[in-house]
Design a protein around this ligand. Structure first.
Ligand code: SF4
Length: 415
């Protein structure tokens, strides 16, 4: 560390900022599970493979219920002052070990609402199994959701499941399917391929129920209620990704979220349902910042936007650690460079404009909640991509970084 005293001083002020930041305090108290009720109330909680956007069992799988029942308190990554992680255990219907951590929001939705499952203990068990077998809980849950919808529509039979009833809401079937996927037994062997390949092998209508972008299963956020998240699903180099940029609701009104992006020149609130130029601009800037956190190895729940560590303090942190007298401008160029390189890599591998899209279901009206009926059209998405590519310095035809953009980023060796 080039400047240990400087770094210590930043860490002390961050500790104070965390103590007074409302969002960090909620994360400390309930962790990401607090998002269950927020998203359910907003009508954007993915339910039964995104066929609904509110879940009648949301309270039973909420952060509040987790706290009152299975939680043993919070824990955290090394030396983190937020400590947003949950520790859970149970010895009732399922024996759940505290060793594997508690379910995050994504898991409560992927193994819970998206399967119509409201049994918190079974979800905690599913979370333990996924962590033990190193399975991603989002992809695993979405593969089971796909199978449940195929079962409902008659594309997968009881014979295919060897007698396992894959009806939405069957918590025991969810736990059993995780075992079968992990050990590639029976139908689990097919689902272990992910929804894209599984649907291709099943054929027929199955494609309609395989919710993915570029082969990556959808995370548990319904973009029909937040267009920026939808754009990130479409254009992220790694397929549908919910941590590509800060989510739209943080910037809908005057407050800490909006203030945190003022150094980027974003000063006016932007509605979560906005799909026009102001949304694309907000997304482009916050995506660059969140991609910078990936480059620096900073947790998405620590830095602005919208959390406690300010953009200026991030710059100072890099200066203190490296001794490099850098600036926010220079660091954003680091991020821009990473994104251009990822884009060039993807283009080489055959992922271009056509693959920057959504599964058909996301063009249907939002089924529930305060914004019921809200729709983003294919034209909305295509226009958003046009403008986004232009802001990125990519061509409209295939999203290819232009010669000028690559030279600006000192990446002419990629020409
Ligand atoms: S580093 Fe991030 S994920 Fe880990 S405990 Fe802290 S806030 Fe939570």
């Amino acid at each position: 560390v080039a400047d240990p005293d400087g770094l210590r001083s930043i860490s002390h002020s961050l500790l104070e900022a965390i103590k007074t930041h409302p969002g960090e305090q909620v994360l400390q108290k309930l962790g990401t599970p607090n998002f269950v009720m927020l998203l359910n109330t907003g009508g954007i909680l993915p339910t039964r493979n995104f066929t609904r956007s509110q879940f009648e069992g949301a309270e039973r799988i909420s952060g509040e219920t987790l706290e009152e029942t299975l939680s043993l308190g919070n824990e955290g990554c090394y030396a983190c002052a937020v400590r947003c992680k949950r520790k859970v255990s149970s010895k009732e219907r399922y024996e759940v070990s505290a060793e594997y951590g508690g379910p995050e929001y994504e898991t409560l939705a992927s193994l819970g609402s998206c399967l119509g499952v409201d049994d918190l203990e079974a979800i905690a068990k599913g979370n333990e199994l996924c962590n033990r077998y190193t399975l991603d809980t989002i992809s695993t849950g979405m593969c089971i959701a796909f199978a449940m919808e195929c079962f409902e529509k008659g594309l997968i039979s009881l014979e295919d499941t060897e007698g396992l009833d894959l009806t939405f809401g069957n918590a025991d079937a969810m736990v059993e399917m995780i075992e079968r996927i992990a050990f590639r037994r029976g139908l689990g062997d097919l689902l272990a391929e992910g929804v894209k390949r599984a649907a291709e092998k099943l054929g027929g209508e199955a494609k309609k129920y395989a919710l993915h972008v570029k082969g990556q299963e959808l995370p548990l956020h319904d973009p029909r209620g937040k267009f920026g998240v939808g754009l990130s699903f479409a254009v992220s180099p790694t397929g549908a990704d919910h941590i590509e940029s800060a989510h739209d609701p943080f910037f809908q009104q005057i407050g800490p979220g909006l203030e945190s992006v003022s150094p980027l020149g974003i000063l006016e609130p932007v509605s979560a349902l906005e799909a026009g130029p102001q949304k694309i601009r907000l997304f482009r800037h916050t995506q660059l910042i969140w991609n910078l956190w990936n480059c620096l190895g900073i947790c998405n729940f620590i830095a602005q936007p919208p959390w406690a560590l300010s953009l200026n303090e991030v710059v100072n942190t890099v200066r203190c650690v490296t001794g490099w007298n850098t600036s926010l401008f220079e660091l954003m160029k680091v991020s821009d460079r990473g994104m251009a390189m990822a884009r060039i890599f993807n283009l080489r591998e055959g992922f271009g404009r056509k693959e920057d899209t959504w599964p058909e279901r996301l063009f249907e009206p939002l089924p529930d909640g305060p914004n019921k009926g809200q729709t983003f059209t294919k034209e909305d998405l295509e226009k958003g991509k046009d403008l986004y590519y232009e802001m990125m310095g990519w061509d409209r035809e295939n999203g290819k970084p232009t010669t000028g953009k690559l030279i600006e980023l000192n990446l002419e060796w990629l020409l």
